[in-house]
Design a protein around this ligand. Structure first.
Ligand code: GTP
Ligand code: MG
Length: 196
């Protein structure tokens, strides 16, 4: 029996650097950023879940499973992950943000291979230099651990996964894979880079 792997796209932040717009719905070369993330991830997983705290009816165009954080206080990405781990039926859950439109097309197989090789509970992507803590593959059974961490007032994802057996997979071979679009200027820059 093969493992089931789902993905959650995190689109639940306030996007303050984007002027408070809903970042997943901000357009980049003719389509909302969430569509870029979906295009990258769709072939790699069974189901895509979307975590959003606003505009849920628009996000429902892309997924049958759209949900907000359990706490309305914008506690950060961990809140979206905890909610997602409670929704998925999968054996493994890929977490990605809505603001990385150029994610690797081989993200899941490589994270899974790294996880298996190290017998790890969490596999985190790296760009070769920095870990990308909102890009990881994890076991949904870790929900209680993450919820306890969040409930204790902790917010930093890397501190959470440091408590578990972690594998890090480098995507240094794809230097632009984790380009992160947080501001209108970065939308402009990436538009220029992609249309040159
Ligand atoms: N569910 C959920 N996701 C969040 C929350 N805060 C940030 N995220 C998500 O985490 C990812 C990375 O966060 P940022 O790039 O800092 O996004 P952000 O917090 O919306 O943006 P800024 O307000 O400009 O920092 C994005 O996919 C966000 O949607 C939150 O409170 N809840
Ligand atoms: Mg960001």
């Amino acid at each position: 029996m093969s493992l089931r792997i789902d993905a959650v796209i995190l689109a639940g932040g306030q996007a303050r650097r984007m002027g408070g717009q809903d970042k997943g719905l901000v357009e980049l070369i003719g389509k909302p950023m969430i569509e870029h993330a979906i295009d990258r991830i769709r072939p790699q997983v069974k189901e895509i879940l979307i975590n959003a705290n606003r505009n849920q009816s628009r996000y429902a165009l892309y997924s049958d499973t759209v949900f907000g954080d359990d706490d309305s206080g914008f506690l950060g990405p961990l809140a979206g992950m905890v909610a997602a781990m409670g929704k998925t039926q999968a054996d493994l859950l890929l977490v990605v943000p809505c603001d990385c439109p150029c994610l690797p097309t081989d993200l899941v197989p490589r994270l899974k291979a790294a996880m298996d090789a190290a017998d790890a509970d969490v596999a985190v992507a790296s760009d070769g230099e920095y870990e990308q803590p909102v890009v990881m593959l994890l076991k949904p059974s870790l929900r209680d651990s993450m919820k306890a961490f969040l409930d204790a007032g902790e917010r930093k994802i890397d501190f959470w996964y440091a408590k578990h057996k972690v594998a890090v997979e480098s995507f240094a071979d794809q230097p632009n894979a984790f380009v992160n679009v947080n501001t209108p200027e970065q939308v402009e820059q990436l538009t220029q880079a992609l249309t040159q």
